[in-house]
Design a protein. Structure first.
Length: 363
């Protein structure tokens, strides 16, 4: 069987190769943008705001994702530093991308005068759909896969389509003769799809406070990533305390009835970084919700209108937003109040009021 059932290169123009990986990442970014723009319109935020955010956020996410990956795989790059820039060959870390995107989001939201919690809540479904689509880039590159598995398991137990199964026959240094592998990319993509539906439902609920949709995203994605990551054989890892590794393995135990963990070289590490980070994010997200609720800081709801503290950099659509009708009524009342006040002042100037004290002074 061919090592590559699907050619990762779409076409070539001289020395330039256009790869499926880049096209899929572009489609992922576009889908995320359209989703954020549509939700932003409900709150009266102009599409330009999200377009600008994507233009600076996407490069920030890619750079951070590459730095994150290279930092933990430095041995593979230290002798060939120029390979660091060959991002089209794969090798980016999702958590690194999230870090880069969030840093960019914090800075840009503050620049525009918006609450970061309000903007990030709008953007996390867009981020999740981007991850869901982007994982297919890993599929095209035959990366981010799991340990060996039987063809029968993929076709007849999981009922995975043939074009995916065929592309999951991979030849590498670990198994030179080739073997079918767990399509970890597919598991994570499907998990993200379900999570997207959950976020869509949550953001229509009145009980949801600002920032809590972000927390729900981290909880859902990290749960899936914790269990899926253990299937992979290319995990970034480090050597940590044995009790931590045993604790993580114990949490993963319910999966052993169906799946086997992917091989992890003990000389490289005994703790998968993404699993460790997933657990920390789950705990942090739950604590975030509980502490803000307990301290009374979670007063703003997701469905409340969004305003900016910097009108000169305002990205709001005039006359739009969740509370535009009320704002219009309030504006008319304010205008009527100003007209009435001006009329009263004019009457006072034409008919001055004479008090008893004023009468005595005149006499």
């Amino acid at each position: 069987m061919s090592m590559l059932a699907i050619d990762p290169v779409v076409f070539t123009l001289g020395p330039l190769s256009v790869r499926w990986y880049g096209i899929i990442l572009g489609l992922a970014a576009l889908a995320g943008l359209l989703l954020a723009v549509r939700e932003g319109k409900r709150f009266g935020i102009k599409p330009d705001f999200f377009m600008d955010l994507l233009l600076i956020g996407a490069p920030s996410a890619i750079i951070a994702a590459r730095i994150y990956y290279v930092a933990f795989m430095w041995e593979d790059y230290k002798d060939n530093p120029l390979d660091i820039f060959k991002i089209w060959e794969g090798g980016i870390a999702i958590y690194g991308a999230i870090i880069g995107a969030f840093i960019c989001g914090i800075i840009y939201s503050r620049y525009k005068g918006y609450s970061f919690w309000r903007i990030v809540d709008i953007c996390v479904p867009a981020l999740l759909i981007g991850q869901m689509i982007g994982r297919w880039g890993n599929f095209m590159n035959q990366e981010a896969y799991g340990g060996p598995v039987s063809e029968e398991f993929l076709r007849n137990t999981l009922h995975i389509p043939s074009f995916i199964v065929n592309h999951m026959f991979i030849v590498d240094s670990a198994i030179p003769e080739g073997a079918f592998r767990h399509p970890a990319f597919l598991y994570e993509s499907l998990w993200s799809l379900v999570g997207l539906g959950i976020l869509f439902i949550l953001r229509r609920q009145k009980f949801l406070r600002a920032g809590e949709l972000m927390a729900a995203y981290f909880i859902w994605y990290s749960i899936g990533r914790f269990f899926i990551e253990a299937l992979r054989i290319d995990s970034l890892a480090f050597i940590g305390p044995k009790w931590v590794a045993d604790f993580i393995n114990a949490l993963w135990t319910p999966m052993t009835g169906v799946f086997d963990q992917g091989y992890l070289d003990p000389a490289y590490g005994n703790i998968r970084i993404s699993q460790m980070l997933a657990l920390l994010l789950i705990v942090a997200a739950i604590a975030f919700i509980m502490i803000r609720r307990a301290t009374g800081n979670a007063t703003v709801r997701y469905l409340d209108p969004i305003v900016t503290t910097k009108p000169e950099r305002n990205g709001l659509i005039e006359g739009a937003g969740a509370d535009s009708d009320n704002n219009e009524i309030a504006a008319k009342k304010d205008k009527s109040s100003v007209v009435a006040e001006q009329a009263d002042q004019q009457d006072d100037s034409e008919n001055p009021i004479i008090t008893p004290d004023d009468t005595r002074k005149d006499s």
